[in-house]
Design a protein around this ligand. Sequence first.
Ligand SMILES: Cc1ncc(COP(=O)(O)O)c(C=O)c1O
Length: 391
Amino acid sequence: MNERNDREWHYTSVAHDAVDERHHGSINVPTYQTSLFAFETYDKFTQAAQDAQTHHVYSRGSNPTVLYLEEKLAELEHAEMAKCFASGMAAITAAILSAVKTGDHIVCVNQAYGPTRMFVTQYVKRFGIDSTLVDGRSVDNIRAALRPETKLIYLESPTSMLFQLQDLRACAELARSRGIATIVDNSWATPVFQRPLELGIDLVVHSVTKYISGQSDSVAGVVMGAKRLMSRIAEDEYMLFGGIMTAATAAQLTRCLRTLPLRMERHERSALTVATHLLGRPYVQQVNHPGLPSHPQRELAARQMGGSSGLFSFESAESPEKMREWANRLRFFKIGVSWGGFESLVTVNPAGDLCSPGARSLIRLHIGLESADDLIRDLEQAWADVQDLQL
Ligand SMILES: Cc1ncc(COP(=O)(O)O)c(C=O)c1O
């Protein structure tokens, strides 16, 4: 499928459903606001309980409203099966723990989401699981970190502060040749722009809180992959940890999903407009956006992604104090963590070791659904206000 048709297919996928007579032909799946499902006879109950994955018995295991969202997400991600969780972190930790046991070793990208890194490098130590963080831009770094006991390569591409990519196909091939599992955090690109399972990755995780929701009103996560792996997660980590998604949240997120492709195209276009504007501005030293021709991994980005989303960063030679004053003066960008919603956001961090030489601040922008022209005017009026401050 070419990129155009592929994008068009996403619109159909989120908008179309076969008529499902179980719900009286209702065009939306009802919210099954129930903790349990009752049976007329003990035989039916026993039969359902023996196969709780295909029957609804108890909502900590499965619920029709949640299952509907899981099936829609799996269709978009080209996965055999999905399980929805209470948060991105609930999904990520469940996926990781499904892949490792005591004595195993994890290789993880050094810029994975902070709490994910903490889980991999600190939390699982108590179970005797060791880890190595690597710069994932080169698959050779990943290969060099592998040990005989490595059982998982954890990836996040692009990373969500410096927007560096891993070659997902090459990582998947390396892992498969050594019998190692792979997980990718695909929250940034969403299935609209990247489908790691098609590149050979075993499991995809999302913070559904971000673009899939898009409304900044829910916290949610999902794990997707082959039925063989997902059935085990459904029985173990999903049922035993209990970090499940409720029917009410699933109903809300199903509404959100209908507009995901529309929103992603808008985020993409506006973010590229703003990022291009920033190139060459006096307060900008470098723009980190995988969709720009100047991105060092532009060729890889074009090969493994069908587009780019609305989150990127830029590095500045100005001090974090001055850039925070700049952020204070922004009218349309709100100061806050998270991303993926309708609203534009800004955070200002001190530049770390991984930033380019001379950078003092790392500024992350999320470009929301506002007019890109208004956002650019906002960035510039705030800069005009602070440019002469000695900070
Ligand atoms: C890249 C990435 N992955 C995962 C998460 C965790 O998701 P949640 O906050 O839904 O648990 C976040 C949250 O900011 C994130 O940025």
